[in-house]
Design a protein around this ligand. Structure first.
Ligand SMILES: Nc1ncnc2c1ncn2[C@@H]1O[C@H](COP(=O)(O)OP(=O)(O)O)[C@@H](O)[C@H]1O
Ligand SMILES: [Mg+2]
Length: 319
């Protein structure tokens, strides 16, 4: 029997240092959002970017965190999150993998109970004064996010695991900062009870990019020529505007189409076979949402819609 090294210590929480990426597009609009958010952060307030998928919320959060220049701890909202996951547990399970060499196809995981103080992300960030990015925080159950209430309000973290140590709480480091993101389209579901938390942060609404920013971002990320990118972005935006929710397809659809065009050396035109099939695949479900029943559509219908939107978009651009 071979015991793997995982038994020794829990891995420290993920911590990242950020550097601005090469293809980051900084337009006036993004600069303005950044300046406002930085002001809040500088005076210790928590900032929350709320907006539809693909609006650039997460990227903005990383951009700000990079500007703050502190190490970053990243968390993602998750239905499974218990509040003990957020803070740590006083009695943790240490996992140790036991690999049975004799039955090599069997990998048994043995869990050993150990009273281990598992410091995790929130505790680390609070203790060491890191920047916390909590992405899509409304996906976690409201009670799981409760430890954040006192962190943001009184700058105190209740740590049940420290009970034996006496105090049971720790003062949050003065340089600790928190940046949140969420998508309001998701609030309607089960996680409505986040009002107390929302009340303790400044919520900045992030809408979809303006056309020129979207073109710049797609061109810089994919390497597609600006004019071609313009056609792709206009097509995606026309479809977004036509859909009921108004939020899909996002900029990600434009990335996908542009990447395929670059990869295949194809052209953004309905006469191009590659363009037709990639539009069918990437935009087909959004186009079918335009039908009353939301049924999938025959390829010829999708092609027609793409051609029409393309014509409208290119006519619009040349005016
Ligand atoms: N300012 C920007 N410069 C370059 N790329 C960006 C910028 N903002 C967003 N993106 C890109 O657009 C896509 C969507 O942004 P993201 O931050 O993930 O949106 P959201 O979190 O709102 O869903 C990502 O691929 C991201 O890299
Ligand atoms: Mg995001």
């Amino acid at each position: 029997m071979t015991e793997t090294a995982t038994a020794r210590q829990e891995a420290p929480p993920e911590r990242v240092s950020l550097e601005p990426s090469q293809d980051f597009v900084l337009t006036e609009h993004i600069e303005d959002m950044t300046a406002r958010a930085m002001t809040y952060l500088e005076i210790g307030m928590a900032v929350h970017f709320a907006g539809p998928a693909g609006a650039g919320k997460t990227t903005l959060a990383f951009h700000l965190a990079a500007r703050l220049g502190r190490p970053v701890v990243l968390m993602h909202g998750d239905d499974e999150f218990g509040s003990s996951d957020l803070v740590g547990r006083d009695t943790g399970f240490r996992r140790s993998k036991v690999v049975d060499n004799y039955i090599s196809s069997v990998l048994r995981t043995e869990e050993r109970v150990n009273s281990v103080w598992m410091e995790n992300r929130l505790t680390t960030a609070c203790q060491l004064g890191y920047t916390l990015i909590y992405d899509e925080f409304t996906r976690s159950r409201p009670e799981a996010n409760n430890p954040l209430l006192t962190v943001l309000e009184e700058r105190i973290l209740n740590v049940p695991g420290m009970r034996r140590g006496g105090e049971g709480y720790l003062a949050v480091h003065p340089e600790f900062r928190a940046i949140f993101t969420s998508n309001p389209d998701e609030y309607a579901g089960v996680h409505r009870g986040q009002d107390a938390l929302l009340d303790r942060m400044v919520t900045m609404q992030v809408g979809h990019f303006d056309r020129d920013t979207e073109v710049q971002i797609v061109a810089s990320k994919t390497g597609l020529a600006l004019e071609q990118t313009g056609y792709v972005v206009d097509l995606v935006r026309a479809l977004r505007g036509a859909s009921e929710a108004g939020n899909l397809p996002s900029i990600r659809a434009a990335f996908s189409i542009a990447r395929v065009l670059v990869h295949r050396g194809a052209s953004a035109s309905p006469d191009d076979a590659t363009f037709r099939w990639v539009c069918r695949d990437v935009l087909g479900s959004s186009i079918s949402k335009l039908t009353p029943q939301g049924h999938s559509l025959p390829t010829s219908v999708v092609d027609d819609v793409v051609s029409r939107l393309y014509r409208e978009a290119t006519e619009h651009v040349t005016h």
